[in-house]
Write a protein that binds this ligand. Sequence first.
Ligand SMILES: Nc1ncnc2c1ncn2[C@@H]1O[C@H](COP(=O)(O)OP(=O)(O)OP(=O)(O)O)[C@@H](O)[C@H]1O
Ligand SMILES: [Mg+2]
Length: 252
Amino acid sequence: MADALLRLDDVGVRFGGLRAVDGISLDVKRGERRAVIGPNGAGKTTLFNAVTGVVKATSGRITFEGRDVTRLPPHRRAGLGMSRTFQITNLFPSLTVRQNMEIAIRGLGPRKFSLFGSTAFTPEERERAERSLGLSRLVGRAETLVRELSYGEQRQLEMAMTLATNPRLLLLDEPAAGLSPSERVIVADVIRSLPSDITIVLIEHDMDLVLSLVDWVTCLNNGRFLAEGAPADIRANTDIQDVYLGRARHHA
Ligand SMILES: Nc1ncnc2c1ncn2[C@@H]1O[C@H](COP(=O)(O)OP(=O)(O)OP(=O)(O)O)[C@@H](O)[C@H]1O
Ligand SMILES: [Mg+2]
């Protein structure tokens, strides 16, 4: 498909004898909001890892903007605009929101970050930090220590840090996991109001939340493609109800 931003052709990931991802093909169009759902262990996170290069696809091909990225290392894919958040939060709690943004914008590891060596943002970096904090509804929190943020705000900061890298494709792995109902509403609003030129692929166990956010859903089970469709089709799909809805469990 000419307008596919991300294309997977028969992608597999094996861990020893386990086929964690088993022959997945899909096209994600530019600007699309796509969910990947499936029970625990279905291979959703591993699929994201293969897309971003954190694990190697052991078979198949991954194409981003028409370019074969299957063998590219993660930082090269990130440089092309493929960006992700993690299922487990990945922040530096003893630093401020602004300092975490600096780490994200400058692509620093925590060890390279120095409180004393840190230089002021350039105007472009400041604009990017402020825009990303605004999109993530964290205006006014820049000088707050991350450990003083609520858990929901920490997830919002993680989004802000990802947005600050100017992603074209944003992969969100359970952005609302462990959040209270009111925190979920905020994270959902943040996702819903992201710029339409950012293509979003979202893993989420909360079906009401996910089906309210996306145009298209891909359902995996045991590493394999099970079904796909619009949210209404997914609600009505009895296969999905059997393998997923009936046994879905939340993890904290
Ligand atoms: N690095 C790894 N080494 C070996 N096995 C792994 C590794 N990562 C994942 N797995 C296995 O691959 C399978 C798919 O795991 P994955 O984390 O992708 O599932 P998931 O759909 O994200 O599940 P969840 O909803 O619980 O997050 C599981 O059986 C898991 O134990
Ligand atoms: Mg997962």
